[in-house]
Design a protein around this ligand. Structure first.
Ligand code: DON
Length: 565
């Protein structure tokens, strides 16, 4: 057995600044055996998404002459119907665009914001944090950004009107769609929390109150009517007038603080993407309040020299990756909404910092985690069009069915994105990310996100488009796929098929997919790593682009579709 002694315990190890209880979420709903990805290739255009109807809707837009941004809007809206536990117009997201005409990257932030009445201590009760309030119920709801984001993207880059891109979603919501196994499992999982609610009950439960099984036809006619009512002026119609009043009235009736004025004040933001050279590519991602910088930092630490001569699935490579991942997650504590906190992205990505971070060896033993819980909200997809534009979107309502509240008359599921803030210093959120002062609640502030859409350019043209779902495993998953493709030259399906690892520094534990070969697991243990085997870690989608050939793959850990032409 060969083990790499570089990764033995090091007394200079750096601790995570805020410790949390060692309870951890397993991001899996179902264990699946390999293969874990399904792929497609096409010469001109490609869509990969966590739902086959969504990928088809995107391709339909491209075939109707639309571009990648038109397709992205259509895919987002369909995902909000077919994957409503993960995302929808009651949530928000990030869109990263490469625009061929300008050879530029654009980052659109339509993350939810804290309502105007939100306060840093809003989840304290009798002097103690009650983090459940940030996760379930009306106080968990942040101002949705999805509709404003799609409107802004279409207005700037689209060629189609909103009603045209919304047509596939409206049809599916109105005329029905077959419940996919992933959403069926999510419904069953959260059934005790949502089955009494009339809005969920009427859509996702049988008349005698059981969760609908996979394959059952699902209708959300109220959502179809809401999407129709958005017309060709979606932001104006969602954030003002009847829909806004209904939404705010519902939140108020349920004890929340989000108001019609909060909705009227919501604005998506165009931000400058951040980037780093890696292995002959220029890798772009979302700036704060995304954790894209953490992906870049881990990549930067894993500079080509660090991987040279190591096998993509070899224990020495994985050990190195664990160490770098942990460093990146420790620095994630410095990330938050840049309008409220100075995030030193340039310093964190500087060669000096990367070298220093790389030099730290960190691994250490820890108490085993407690009971695992399930979670799997969020959806990622990627689009490449025939004009050379590419888009990656990650969109979410946070945990499964967000705040577990839906507005009955609107058919809209409301997010629980407030849980992405630190409820109190050191208090872990649903993904066991410890609360940091940087990321405390403030009115109008955007919670720190792990969503990290990524586009890598080679000679100025997109070569890889990727992103993922699964809370902090987005960061580790996207990083691993980027390494697999950019450093090891694997195709997207081969990359997605590899078992993944995850180390977020806190809890002190390396999470390893159970499909990892037993001898690799033994060797990592022999190096001193405390491993926790989990069925699966998040879901990633990716498209690679070479001259005349687009290869797309979606992750069977969650299911989906790849459609190309
Ligand atoms: O923005 C974030 O980081 C979280 N709201 C993402 C949640 C997520 O991926 C849920 N999946 N397990």
């Amino acid at each position: 057995m060969s083990v790499d002694s570089t990764f033995r315990l090091n007394p200079r190890r750096r601790r995570h600044p805020a410790r949390s209880a060692a309870v951890f979420l397993c991001f899996a709903v179902v264990a699946m055996s390999p293969p874990r990805a399904r792929a497609a290739s096409a010469p001109r255009e490609m869509v990969v998404a966590e739902s086959a109807p969504a990928a088809q809707a995107g391709l339909a837009m491209l075939k109707q002459g639309g571009n990648a941004v038109d397709a992205a809007a259509a895919v987002s809206l369909v995902l909000g119907v077919t994957n409503a536990g993960s995302c929808g117009i009651g949530g928000g997201g990030f869109m990263l665009i490469y625009w061929a005409k300008t050879h530029q990257l654009y980052a659109l932030d339509y993350r939810e914001t804290a309502p105007g009445a939100a306060r840093a201590d809003m989840y304290m009760r009798n002097g103690k944090p009650d983090e459940d309030l940030a996760r379930t119920g009306a106080l968990a709801i942040a101002v949705p950004g999805e509709v404003a984001g799609l409107d802004a993207a279409l207005t700037r880059f689209g060629t189609m009107k909103f009603a045209q891109v919304a047509a596939p979603a409206i049809k599916l919501a109105r005329d029905g769609f077959a419940l996919n196994p992933h959403l069926a499992k999510e419904i069953a999982f959260v059934a005790p929390m949502i089955q009494a609610d009339p809005a969920f009950r009427s859509v996702y439960f049988t008349t005698d109150g059981h969760p609908e099984p996979a394959g059952a036809m699902i209708y959300n006619r109220n959502l179809a009517a809401t999407l129709t009512a958005l017309g060709d002026h979606p932001a104006a119609n969602f954030y003002h007038g009847t829909i806004a009043a209904q939404l705010a009235g519902f939140v108020k009736a349920h004890g929340g603080i989000l108001t019609a004025a909060d909705l009227a004040g919501y604005r998506p933001l165009w931000r400058d993407p951040i980037h780093l050279p890696y292995a002959g590519y220029e890798v772009y991602t979302m700036p704060p309040p995304s954790s894209g910088g953490v992906v870049l930092e881990i990549l930067g630490m894993m500079a080509t020299g660090q991987v040279a001569g190591l096998g993509v699935d070899s224990p020495p490579y994985l050990a190195r990756l664990i160490e770098m991942m942990r460093e990146g997650f420790i620095d994630r504590a410095q990330y938050a909404d840049p309008a409220f906190v100075n995030v030193p992205v340039a310093a964190l990505l500087s060669p000096a910092h990367l070298a220093q971070a790389r030099d730290r060896a960190l691994h250490h033993m820890a108490a085993p985690p407690g009971a695992a819980a399930h979670d799997h909200g969020t959806s990622n997809f990627a689009v490449a069009d025939r004009y050379g534009n590419v888009v990656d979107v990650t969109t979410t309502v946070n945990t499964i069915f967000g705040a577990k509240l839906a507005v009955p008359a609107l058919g809209v599921v409301l997010n629980d994105e407030m849980d992405d803030f630190g409820v109190a210093p050191g208090v872990p959120n649903a993904f066991k990310l410890a609360g940091e002062k940087n990321n405390e609640v403030a009115p109008g502030k955007r919670p720190l996100s792990s969503m990290s859409p990524l586009i890598a350019l080679k000679h100025g043209r997109p070569a890889l488009v990727a992103g993922g779902a699964g809370g902090p495993t987005i960061i580790s998953g996207v990083t691993q796929i980027a390494l697999d493709v950019l450093a090891f030259h694997l195709g997207p399906a081969a990359a997605l098929n590899l078992p993944r690892i995850h180390d977020q520094a806190d809890p002190d534990m390396v999470f390893v997919e159970a499909s990892m070969p037993p001898q690799t697991i033994d060797q990592l243990r022999a190096m001193g790593y405390r491993l926790k085997l989990v069925p699966e870690l998040g879901a990633v989608n990716a498209i690679t682009i070479e001259a005349g050939e687009l290869s797309g793959a979606f992750d069977l850990r969650k299911g989906g579709g790849a459609a190309g032409d």
